[in-house]
Write a protein that binds this ligand. Structure first.
Ligand code: ARG
Length: 578
């Protein structure tokens, strides 16, 4: 919707400034709705025009420029008012045209509202590999893995919505000495039934038990032997390992489904055992592999080539390390998918690892190393369930569901809700996701169930509540019809605020697509919900004249539609009742 307005403003400006309109469009942005209430809908930033054009048609005195420019521009059928601000020229769109255009666009584009904006027209369509979640079999699924899961899912959703091709990869920690121990542990404490019924829990328990027993040198030796056999591809050993892995993945798939998350590929460190050896060979051939006195292999990453910064890629016994397998995996993914960009999502403790990884790839001559990106996030403290420390993803999901269900039953009867348990799960997940996405991903935060699950304020519960409320409004009054809507009925300040806010959606998507931070969308949706709550009171549908009721219904429908689109991008399934 904003597009046609931006274009029309740009075309007028382009004549006055003698600059091509394309250069001006990015300097025109929708004005955020604030409590003070802006009259203007768009503003042109003079500073940004100067920055984006080599032309010297504008003097450096921004204030003066804005004033002079405003005087030279004329109102037309689109723009009804022009004024100068400090360094900006402000434009107010014809009020009825604003309502008509926004509503029509939301209707027409539906789930693609905002993503079809010309803001994205210069962004080339790309193929992105996104690697996220990546838990370790038999170990804890910690909060970092949960964050990686929801952040990676968000990035993938956003890219897909913007028309990019996405490959979602889960790179499991499915190799290493832990499997030696696990194999031996299973022989002593394992149960085939438990492995089948709850593999993740059972393997974790076996692993904890065998770790205690592993003080014993005998056990250590047995574990080493088991892992050695694995590395040597002993068939029987391999089939035990494969069973651990397959059953774990089966259970992961089931649990990810509760989160609405899926993967195109379950990869893992095990895939790259041999390819890592090829990488070592390549490093050696390229003269990049240096042996230390201890016999380990390192790559010199220092500028002066004085070994002041190195990355260890080989153990003294010739075996590969975490980073060696990552090198092999990156190269393999390029061969397989020829991606344009590859994104790794993990907590920031692995930042160094990924910097080293990208540097080595570059040294190896892969110029695509520059198109690899590590999206890192901060640490979360204090997430505990009633059972105690979080060990499995499922614990978190069950906890949030039961807490939410309890809140729902204590505040109102859940009898009218068709499926209270499922609703509680969706609302609870929204709460988790919004709490996590509200700030910058890189910041650490203290987790609080109470804060996350509040029904008022800036929470996922509030978003869900708003969505459900708008949905029931439509249920009550019949679906809105856009044809013949009388936009003259949408001129109250609260209606205008909503329309202005809807206008901004493409800019918000654009910002999130640039820095991959969900917080822009989160705060947009929270504001949308707050504005909707106000309008719900001041712009009643019930009891209003038919054309007023119809127009308001249309507006609320548009709000719900954009709210739902945004929530889905974040990985939230909107509920229709709660
Ligand atoms: N499994 C690792 C962990 O739990 C995360 C893997 C991250 N991805 C990678 N390509 N190294 O810490």
């Amino acid at each position: 919707a904003a597009g046609s307005f931006r274009r029309s403003i740009a075309s007028q400006l382009s004549k006055v400034l003698d600059l091509p309109p394309e250069n001006l469009i990015k300097s025109i942005s929708a004005v955020p709705v604030s409590k003070k209430r802006h009259v203007a809908d768009f503003q042109l930033s003079i500073a940004s025009v100067i920055e984006n054009s080599s032309s010297d048609c504008l003097a450096q005195d921004l204030q003066l420029q804005a004033q002079q420019l405003a005087e030279r521009l004329k109102c037309d059928s689109v723009v009804s008012e022009i004024s100068a601000g400090p360094g900006t020229v402000n434009f107010t769109i014809n009020r009825e045209l604003l309502a008509k255009t926004v509503l029509q666009q939301v209707w027409k584009d539906g789930s693609e509202y905002g993503v079809k904006s010309e803001l994205f027209s210069t962004v080339p369509r790309q193929k992105a590999v996104i690697e996220f979640s990546s838990p370790n079999i038999a170990k804890k699924f910690h909060i970092g893995h949960l964050r990686s899961t929801i952040v990676g899912n968000f990035i993938a959703n956003l890219k897909v919505a913007l028309g990019h091709e996405v490959v979602r990869i889960n790179y499991l920690g499915d190799w290493g000495m832990q499997f030696g121990l696990l194999g031996v542990g299973f022989q002593s404490f394992g149960s085939k039934e438990k492995l089948k019924s709850s593999p993740l829990q059972h393997l974790f328990e076996v692993y904890v038990q065998i770790n205690k027993a592993a003080e014993d040198e005998n056990i250590k030796k047995l574990a080493k032997d088991f892992f050695r056999k694995l590395e040597d591809h002993d068939e029987q050993t391999l089939s035990i390992w494969k069973q651990f892995r397959d059953l774990s993945i089966e259970e992961y798939i089931r649990i990810y489904k509760r989160l609405g998350v899926h993967f195109d590929e379950y990869s893992g460190e095990s895939f790259y055992q041999e390819k890592a050896q090829e990488v070592l060979k390549m490093l050696e051939d390229k003269g990049l592999l240096q042996k230390t006195i201890k016999g380990t292999g390192v790559v010199d990453l220092s500028e002066k080539k004085d070994l002041s910064t190195v990355s260890t890629v080989m153990r003294s016994d010739g075996t590969s390390l975490y980073i060696t397998r990552d090198l092999a995996a990156a190269i393999d993914r390029m061969n397989k998918h020829s991606w344009d960009t590859m994104i790794y999502v993990t907590d920031k403790s692995q930042s160094n690892h990924f910097q080293h990884l990208f540097q080595i790839l570059k040294l190896m001559g892969y110029d695509w190393a520059e198109r690899c990106q590590h999206v890192s996030f901060g640490l979360v403290q204090g997430m505990k369930t009633r059972r105690g420390e979080v060990i499995f993803l499922e614990d978190v999901l069950n906890e949030v569901r039961s807490r939410m269900l309890q809140n729902m039953t204590s505040t109102k009867t859940t009898k009218e809700i068709q499926d209270p348990v499922e609703t509680a799960e969706k609302v609870g997940l929204a709460a988790l996701i919004i709490q996590d996405f509200r700030g910058l991903l890189s910041s650490d935060y203290q987790f609080s169930w109470d804060r996350a699950l509040q029904s008022r304020g800036d929470t996922g519960v509030f978003l869900q509540y708003t969505h459900a409320r708008l949905h029931s409004l439509e249920q009550m009054h019949g679906n809105a019809e856009l044809t013949d809507v009388n936009v003259a009925c949408l001129q109250e300040p609260d209606a205008i605020s909503l329309l202005q806010h809807l206008l901004r959606y493409d800019e918000v998507l654009y910002r999130s697509s640039q820095d991959l931070q969900p917080k822009h969308i989160v705060s947009y949706l929270l504001t949308l919900s707050h504005l909707a709550a106000v309008a719900h009171k001041t712009l009643p549908v019930k009891g209003s004249a038919p054309d007023v009721a119809q127009a308001r219904l249309c507006l609320f429908h548009a709000v719900r539609s954009v709210l739902a689109n945004g929530m889905k991008l974040l990985g939230i399934t909107p509920v229709t009742q709660m």
